[in-house]
Ligand binder design. Structure first.
Ligand code: 4AD
Ligand code: MG
Length: 494
């Protein structure tokens, strides 16, 4: 594999992969192969007549194999190259739709199956892999048992509005929104458990944070109270961020992520109650900070617009095709950034107004979370939300029955909620009342109430959304790039 070449100087190797780039003079052809582990320059001399003819015939993304000798060369991408003695082509690719030219996001998403081969998607998918592995290692190392939960379920686990119905023989069932309710059952059997699977929500909102199909890891712990569950979430996030910084520095840098900012993720995270968060949102310091930010962003926008105009002018002067492509790509990127920033700036006064007039009792909205999480350089816990704004299973606070023993964890730099968790209501009478208050019929959940009937204990857990976490760690604007084939309100293709 290409990633191993650096330790194989002088050895004969066989590499299989796809053509990433090619350049040739009459005497020598340089093939850049990618094999999923890296890229490598393969040098084919005209003296190797068969191999040379084969090399010339390869088109972008053609699949082929080379045999040759490894040479270390600092100038070569990856630090090693291969002097080719033999070449076999698997298939000469048709003209590849994705070129060096700039493409819009819709085009790229329609060709997601091919776009995946590019550097940006593969970098993100590698980070995603690290995130998932770090999560599993974390729980496995703490004595948790992984238990898989059903995907077809008879009723709501969160809110009823976002259920996806499925025809199940003669019955109507749903795709699961969360593994939690079932996981509580497994928790009473095994003590410390987690599930990790796909979850589904018919989210009618087109935002940067919502998918209709997303992956969630959910731990559940018996004899645990709110503070225990928060400590668990804190340790897990530190482990995950640490793993990504150490395993994926190259990918993060390629993506333009500020890696130093991730290095600051350490215990203790900030802790605010919901009521304190509301005070902050309505307070003078936040209003001032937001107005200053608005001024800074306006200046930044002017800078971007000026660069865009300069690029557009230099495009006319560019002679060579590759120069034009490069400028064109930058123009497209700038246009997207300008558009996003203009949209942000336009929305900002409304967000400021929403924050300033926030009334106690509402759930925090996306813009409120953004505003709060921009104030911190580490994740922040917001705890004890109003009971009416949250799910039925959350434990009612013994100190103040208007609030529940829950938390959301907001990722810093404006990313907002990545985890939702709580202590669960273990009292059968109280949970029945909470169900009715949310329009759910306790008669529909007899098995769930049994858990409060046979050895009920204080317990709790949380759910972390993988895609939002990857978006934060990679510094991406939108969750759609954090999963290989995203599902949103507007997209189920490819
Ligand atoms: O806050 P949520 O709805 O919590 C639950 O589902 C609980 N049952 C979890 C538990 O306590 N076991 O969702 C948890 C997390 C959110 O913080 C967010 O990261 C992610 O799941 N999430 C989504 N991610 C992408 N697209 C969506 N539409 C999401 N909805 C939730
Ligand atoms: Mg939530």
């Amino acid at each position: 594999m290409i990633c191993d070449l650096k330790t194989m100087a002088g050895q004969t190797v066989q590499l299989r992969g796809w053509l990433h780039g090619k350049r040739s003079s009459g005497k020598v052809c340089f093939l850049v192969m990618r094999d999923g582990t890296g890229i490598c320059q393969c040098i084919v001399e005209a003296a190797m007549a068969d191999a040379f003819a084969g090399a010339l015939a390869l088109t972008h993304e053609s699949s082929f194999e080379v045999t040759g000798t490894v040479r270390l060369d600092e100038r070569s991408p990856g630090g090693a190259e291969v002097a080719v003695s033999g070449l076999r082509c698997f298939q000469v690719a048709d003209e590849f739709p994705i070129t060096r030219k700039a493409h819009g996001i819709d085009f790229l998403m329609n060709n997601r199956h091919l776009w995946l081969r590019s550097n940006r998607p593969t970098a993100i998918l590698r980070v995603r892999h690290t995130v998932i592995k770090a999560i599993r290692d974390f729980f496995d190392g703490q004595g948790f048992t992984l238990v898989d939960m059903p995907i077809l379920v008879p009723g709501a686990g969160e809110d009823r509005q976002s259920l996806f119905p499925v025809e199940y023989f003669d019955e109507k069932v749903f795709l699961t929104q969360t593994g939690q309710l079932y996981l509580e059952g497994a928790c009473m059997a095994l003590g410390k458990v987690y599930c990790f699977g796909p979850t589904f929500r018919a989210e009618k909102s087109k935002t940067r944070r919502h998918l209709t199909e997303f992956w969630m890891v959910e731990p559940e712990v018996a004899f645990a109270e709110l503070e225990d569950v928060m400590a668990l979430a804190e340790d897990m996030i530190c482990a995950v961020a640490g793993a990504v910084v150490s395993a994926n520095r190259a990918e993060l840098e390629f993506l333009g992520r500020d890696v130093e900012a991730l290095g600051k993720i350490a215990k203790p995270f900030h802790r605010l109650t919901y009521s304190e968060a509301v005070e902050r949102l309505r307070g003078e310091p936040i209003r001032r900070a937001l107005e200053e930010e608005l001024e800074r962003d306006t200046v930044r926008l002017q800078g971007l617009v000026a660069e865009l105009e300069a690029c557009e002018q230099s495009l006319a002067g560019a002679k060579k095709g590759w120069q034009q492509d490069k400028i064109d790509a930058r123009i497209r990127e700038l246009r997207e950034n300008v558009q996003d920033l203009e949209q942000d700036i336009r929305a900002r006064p409304e967000h400021i107004r929403l924050a300033q007039s926030f009334t106690w009792g509402k759930d925090l909205g996306g813009s409120d979370e953004t505003i709060l999480s921009r104030q911190f350089d580490r994740p922040v816990f917001v705890t004890e939300y109003p009971r009416d704004a949250k799910a039925f299973y959350m434990k009612v606070s013994p100190r103040d029955p208007r609030v529940v023993r829950n938390f959301d964890l907001l990722a810093p730099e404006g990313y907002g909620e990545i985890i939702g968790g709580s202590q669960r209501e273990e009292n059968i009478g109280t949970i029945g009342e909470s169900m009715r208050a949310k329009g759910l019929d306790p008669e529909d959940y007899p098995w769930y109430l049994d858990l409060r009937r046979y050895g009920s204990v204080p317990h709790g857990g949380f759910g972390l959304g993988v895609e939002r976490t990857v978006a934060w760690l990679c510094g991406l604007k939108h969750v759609r790039e954090t999963i290989a084939f995203p599902r949103t309100m507007g997209r189920v293709y490819p």
